[in-house]
Design a protein around this ligand. Structure first.
Ligand SMILES: Cc1cc2nc3c(=O)[nH]c(=O)nc-3n(C[C@H](O)[C@H](O)[C@H](O)COP(=O)(O)OP(=O)(O)OC[C@H]3O[C@@H](n4cnc5c(N)ncnc54)[C@H](O)[C@@H]3O)c2cc1C
Length: 438
């Protein structure tokens, strides 16, 4: 009998199961371990790959419905190496690339029929499969429609761009669709929080970007547009996502910044830098000029807030303005959004285009007073909040953010899960933030 949880390094020369052999039921797992090893072997016979490239290739092969975790791929690779079927060679980037050996090729040839079966295996449909039938059907329909349209004009760049746009819009829509749709017939319906704030992991990627242009958006905000072909697969789904900027000769001085906007077609990314007492990030932004380079990493993940709230309150200082602007622009018609932002003066206020109904309040105080909670706290205490369910988002200096969080949770009794607060910087400490404010 095969062991479902056999140790990955256990020597095992047995060929993988042939399809349907012995009438064994597969349950919810699409592949057993032995089969997964054979599948990986097939993938690296095609071309040498890193572990995460194998995961990606398998995901693509199975239309994203099946995604093996690194916890099964890496042990399987070690097993293939132990058996002499694969070589794991460092590629200079600190990672190892798996390449098939002659022995591995011989093993693959001996198990060709089983390997071919794996490559054509479909996710079991129906209630016991991982993907519900309507989803599989919809994906098949999309593929068929795409094939048909691309066959009409295979090299028409306008058609390709338009179709890619539609698909990306659908992907964004899918990422933010609550599991239970809002129903106007059930006004008191409460969505569980894990369906409202969904977390999405992204492949961690480092990129070196080139400055395309810089400008002062306002007297205390520098906007820098960066470009690189590497941005073609940049993804940031959440308004308050952050990337790491690397400074210093070793790149060991890291600072967090919000992707204010990005365009994968144009291969560009926009960052807004608040101007204050210069640390390496601010100093770089102040003197940046076209042609300069900037190393970035991430975003590592996105927390997407589903559009299920009646109102949103966004509070912060200059460093929060990029995330606040992004969220205001993203909100849909019919939503109320209130912003309360502290900046040095009237000329530092910004306007955003939005379909939502936006009420802006601005507080003026000098940058030197940015770590004093009083100005924002006093204004927050005076706010009249709309009826209905609201989401409160706060980002400022850590002590300021903490005082604001305390006010909404303790003085106003706002539900904790429906509030997100972060210290975007810590007064007197370079390169420090406090994202949880515990
Ligand atoms: C998730 C996240 C997203 C962020 N997004 C943005 C963004 O899009 N744009 C942006 O401008 N900032 C953003 N910040 C804040 C930014 O990372 C910090 O302000 C960072 O400290 C600036 O780096 P620096 O090298 O200029 O200064 P540092 O070397 O970190 O600090 C030097 C000195 O300046 C002080 N200081 C840091 N920030 C400020 C400030 N705003 N005002 C006054 N004194 C300050 C420090 O306390 C320290 O004493 C974000 C932070 C987080 C955590």
């Amino acid at each position: 009998m095969r062991h479902r949880h056999d140790h990955p390094r256990r020597p095992d020369h047995a060929p993988p199961d042939a399809p349907g052999r012995g009438g064994k039921r597969r349950g919810k797992r699409l592949f057993e371990y032995g089969e997964l090893r054979l599948l990986i072997l097939t993938m690296i016979a095609d071309q040498p790959r890193h572990g995460y490239e194998i995961i990606k290739a398998i995901e693509d092969r199975f239309d994203g419905i099946y995604s093996p975790s690194p916890g099964v791929i890496y042990p399987a690779l070690s097993w293939l190496e132990d058996m002499g079927y694969a070589l794991l060679q460092p590629d200079g980037s600190g990672r190892k690339r798996a390449r098939i050996t002659d022995e591995g090729l011989a093993f693959l040839t001996a198990n060709r029929a089983a390997a071919d079966d794996l490559m054509t295996r479909r996710m079991p449909h129906g209630p016991r499969g991982n993907a519900p039938r309507p989803i599989v059907q919809a994906m098949d329909d999309i593929k068929a429609a795409l094939r048909q349209r691309l066959a009409e004009a295979p090299s028409d760049p306008a058609l390709v761009a338009a179709l890619a746009d539609r698909l990306q819009a659908a992907a964004r829509d899918i990422a933010t669709t609550p599991v239970t749709p809002t129903s106007p017939d059930i006004p008191d319906e409460r969505h569980p929080m894990d369906q409202i704030i969904t977390r999405h992991r992204h492949e961690l990627k480092r990129r070196t970007l080139t400055v395309r242009e810089t400008s002062y958006l306002t007297p205390h905000m520098i906007r820098i547009v960066l470009e690189s072909d590497d941005l073609s697969d940049f993804v940031s789904l959440g308004a308050d996502d952050h990337i790491k900027l690397f400074f210093g000769p070793e790149g060991d001085q890291m600072r967090d910044y919000t992707p204010r906007a990005y365009d994968t077609d144009d291969r560009s990314l926009v960052l807004d830098f608040a101007v204050h007492d210069a640390g390496p990030a601010t100093a770089w932004a102040v003197q940046a000029k076209p042609g300069d380079t900037l190393r970035i990493g991430g975003p590592r993940g996105s927390a997407v807030v589903a559009p299920v709230f009646d109102w949103y309150l966004l509070i912060g200082d200059e460093t929060a303005l990029p995330a606040i602007g992004r969220r205001i622009e993203d909100l849909a018609a019919g939503t109320q959004v209130l912003s309360l932002v502290a900046v040095p003066g009237e000329e530092d206020e910004q306007t955003f285009q939005t379909a939502a109904t936006w009420h802006a309040s601005w507080i003026h105080r000098p940058i030197e007073a940015a770590a004093d909670p009083a100005p924002l706290l006093t204004a927050a205490q005076a706010l009249d909040l709309p009826e209905g369910r609201g989401f409160v988002w706060i980002a400022a200096e850590a002590r300021v953010a903490k005082a604001l969080k305390h006010h909404f949770l303790n003085d106003r009794g706002h539900p904790g899960p429906e509030l997100k607060a972060a210290g975007y910087w810590v007064a007197g400490t370079a390169g420090e933030s406090d994202k949880s404010l515990e």
